[in-house]
Design a protein around this ligand. Structure first.
Ligand code: ATP
Ligand code: MG
Length: 215
């Protein structure tokens, strides 16, 4: 029997990883009833300013954050790659590993989804994977937007579709709303305030030990 369990991942800068990411990944894992969801930190963000710490440190924090949760994992392929972080390259590398039939799902928050048209060759993504869009406080779905039309055109009728097809569908999923962002956390630390309970203690300990984000 071929393994047709969907491979589900969430990319991001994770600068640093926080409970909004972790809770999202865990809720998706439970909703899809799959063994695990992977977090894939990007190496050189192509769409943003220089991050506040090194790629290796962001990866280390993601690894610490998932260490005690068997349903979450960290994947270092983008950080270890000698190519820039492009989602398309990551999708192609995952597809090559999984083979043509296994469902592949990329999870992204609504903010990231709305910005998708600025990503390199984003219209090819659905040839390789499904996209699961998760709600994020502060980011609505504009009624007549390009991305609304894109998701209507490719909508998965149900979650089962994501398990039956290898790629090609978009599904919106509502989560427990957690209005946490890495931007807010970096700001808190830089101004001398504690970000405790917004992220795992192990990540906060790592930030203090390594004096990241102006701590
Ligand atoms: P920054 O403020 O630096 O942009 P961030 O908190 O948005 O950081 P990212 O690493 O940019 O974190 O996001 C990675 C992915 O996680 C994106 O798809 C983003 O939409 C999603 N995400 C981040 N925080 C949340 C949250 N609180 N709820 C739902 N999705 C989230
Ligand atoms: Mg972001």
């Amino acid at each position: 029997m071929p393994d047709n369990t969907p491979f589900v991942f969430m990319g991001g800068t994770f600068d640093p990883v926080h409970n909004g990411h972790l809770r999202t990944a865990l809720e998706i894992q439970q909703w899809l009833d799959i063994p695990e969801v992977c977090l894939i930190p990007s190496k050189m963000p192509v769409h943003r300013d220089e991050p506040g710490c090194s790629s290796e440190q962001r990866l280390a924090m993601v690894q610490l954050a998932v260490a005690d949760e068997p349903c979450l994992c960290a994947d270092a392929r983008e950080i270890l790659s000698d190519q820039p972080s492009y989602s398309l390259l990551t999708l192609e590398s995952l597809r090559a590993e999984l083979g043509p039939r296994r469902p592949l799902c990329m999870v992204m928050g609504m903010d990231a989804y709305l910005g998708l048209p600025s990503w390199h060759r984003w219209e090819s993504f659905l040839d390789i994977c499904h996209i699961i869009v998760v709600t994020r406080p502060g980011y609505g779905f504009p009624d007549d937007s390009q991305m609304r039309r894109f998701s209507d055109r490719h909508a998965a009728p149900s979650v089962e579709t994501l398990k039956q097809l290898p790629a090609g569908r978009v599904l919106l999923h509502e989560l427990t709303p957690l209005g946490i962002s890495a931007t807010q956390i970096r700001r808190l630390i830089a101004q001398g305030d504690s970000p405790r309970y917004l992220m795992p203690d192990a990540v906060w300990d790592y930030i203090q030990t390594n004096k990241l984000y102006g701590f």
